[in-house]
Design a protein around this ligand. Structure first.
Ligand code: SF4
Length: 91
């Protein structure tokens, strides 16, 4: 038969686990993207051959996004933060 102390520990663990999981679930995929297209001088076409698809902040998918710029972007777009590298690999 479990002791009262063991039941309290189990309850605290279950509550902490539930809170942790609900916090993780509530984080939207684009949470890190914080700069507006206007502030980044985003354009929907390449710039001197550079485009979002070749930028390390590009996140390919059904609704194309990047880790820096808010909203949906074009894989052929560009902004002043463009950085060469494989998609979604910037640190
Ligand atoms: S160039 Fe890079 S940082 Fe700028 S919008 Fe495209 S993917 Fe995002």
């Amino acid at each position: 038969m479990p002791t009262r102390r063991l039941l309290i520990r189990r309850g605290a663990f279950a509550a902490a686990t539930t809170l942790g999981l609900s916090f993780i679930k509530s984080q939207p995929a684009e949470a890190a993207a914080t700069i507006s297209k206007q502030a980044a001088a985003y354009q929907d076409h390449p710039h001197h051959g550079d485009e979002c698809a070749a930028c390390c902040m590009f996140v390919p998918g059904a609704s194309t996004r990047c880790t820096m710029i808010e909203g949906v972007i074009s894989e052929h777009g560009w902004c002043k933060y463009w950085q060469s590298g494989p998609a979604d690999t910037c640190s």
